[in-house]
Design a binder for this molecule. Structure first.
Ligand SMILES: CC(=O)SCCNC(=O)CCNC(=O)[C@H](O)C(C)(C)COP(=O)(O)OP(=O)(O)OC[C@H]1O[C@@H](n2cnc3c(N)ncnc32)[C@H](O)[C@@H]1OP(=O)(O)O
Ligand SMILES: O=C([O-])CC(=O)C(=O)O
Length: 372
């Protein structure tokens, strides 16, 4: 047996959703740069689920379906109020809430294509409501109902704060959602596909994927980047802090990637947004520290920043609590997970690799009373 640790380079499926070829990312053949500059997140959801951009009428229909499915069942809101809110991470709350939603969806175990599509709409729509409701309830605030007149990005910000969001904030949030929507067979998407390849249900697939995204080697890195920036705290402190980490062979969060070699094409969009938003909020030091970190890490280790690095200072500038950064990633990436789940069902085969055994050789059973 040949063991490929971390399945590096292993091609486990075909997919028509997104591709990474020579460090270029496309969704259904559309370059991520083109989509980041021009597309709404709702258009991207449609693209990932239907493999074509929507007509005006199709887009309106999807927007309406999303807006009208955003509200959460009372049972889920009541559940949040029972959590030990001082210790629960919002990603854990999100994971549990998605699993819980499945209990209140009468179609949860209905496996035909139409029912699965309806569940995809409901889950996509409810993710921002879950994240924002939990964020408010833990502060003793009431959740805010979504507004049908706002787009997806604006609704997220509105449900979080209760205020009409500034156009610049909506634009940034929309772009961040577009950039995070899908990424070929990353760890959380693979997790979702493994789960539903047993013919388990959509809620189980998304719950499993949230668990995988939570880790700091994957989506959890964006929160870890902000923690690092806060620890560094001044521009002068960047160099000694980063050099000490590198000397200790510690990883710098937000750098490196399993697939990209020259760089993550999404990072430059987030870098630009970080420059603009930190200037607008009067906190340009977050951007200045970030670019200095980038100079040192790319210089010393030849490791470029990934999508998580500049998203930290972008979300911070939007006034978002740092432990909500990874849940926001999930609010976007659920579009990709759902596309992959539906694609997996279309042409399913159980995913079951092998392990090379390296434990003890053959042993004889000894009764418990005779064991030393
Ligand atoms: C949305 C996303 O999931 S993007 C990724 C988000 N994760 C992070 O930002 C966490 C930091 N980065 C990492 O841990 C890694 O680069 C990963 C997990 C993204 C990719 O991991 P892998 O492909 O398994 O690479 P691996 O961890 O084996 O690293 C290869 C080498 O580069 C080094 N390296 C990789 N990333 C970093 C980093 N961020 N800082 C310092 N060194 C690093 C490793 O120490 C290793 O060095 P060695 O060969 O001398 O031992
Ligand atoms: O593809 C990966 O391994 C991680 C990543 O960048 C993503 O999921 O967006």
């Amino acid at each position: 047996m040949t063991v490929t640790r971390g399945l590096e380079g292993v091609v486990a499926t075909t997919s028509s959703i997104s591709s990474i070829i020579d460090d270029t990312l496309t969704y259904v053949g559309f370059d991520i740069d083109d989509l980041a500059d021009n597309a709404s997140f709702e258009e991207v959801i449609y693209l990932l689920w239907h493999r074509t951009l929507p007509t005006g009428a199709q887009l309106e229909e999807l927007k309406q379906q999303l807006a009208s499915n955003m509200a959460l069942p009372e049972e889920v809101l009541a559940h949040f109020k029972m959590y030990p809110i001082d210790t629960v991470h919002p990603m854990a709350a999100l994971r549990t809430a998605v699993s819980l939603l499945g209990l209140y969806d009468e179609e949860a175990d209905q496996m035909d294509e139409e029912a699965n599509y309806r569940k995809a709409i409901r889950l996509q729509a409810k993710m921002p409501a879950i994240v924002t409701a939990f964020a408010r309830i833990r502060k003793g605030l009431e959740p805010i109902a979504p507004r049908e007149d706002l787009n997806f990005a604006a609704n997220f910000l509105y449900m979080l704060t209760g205020k009409d969001p500034e156009p610049v904030a909506v634009e940034a949030m929309n772009k961040a959602l577009v950039l995070h929507a899908d990424h070929e067979l990353n760890a959380s998407t693979f997790t979702a596909r493994v789960c539903v390849a047993t013919l388990s249900d959509v809620y189980s697939g998304v719950t499993a994927a949230i668990g995988a995204l939570k880790g700091p080697l994957h989506g959890g890195a964006n929160e870890a980047v902000m923690k690092m920036l806060k620890e560094i705290s001044t521009l002068e402190n960047v160099e000694p802090y980063i050099r000490q980490k590198l000397d200790n062979k510690e990883k710098i969060m937000g750098f490196g990637h399993r697939v990209y070699r020259q760089g993550d094409p999404r990072a430059k969009h987030l870098r630009e947004m970080s420059a603009k938003l930190t200037e607008l909020t009067g906190e340009p030091h977050w951007y200045q520290m970030s670019t200095r970190i980038e100079e040192i890490v790319t210089g010393e280790k030849k490791l470029p920043p990934n999508v998580d690095f500049y998203s930290a200072s972008v979300y911070h500038s939007l006034g978002i609590d740092h432990d909500l950064f990874t849940p926001i990633f999930a609010v976007s990436r659920v579009s990709g997970w759902l596309a992959h789940i539906l694609e997996q069902y279309e042409n399913n085969r159980l995913i079951r690799p092998r392990a090379e055994y390296n434990g003890p050789g053959k042993q004889d059973y000894v009764a418990v009373e005779l064991r030393g």
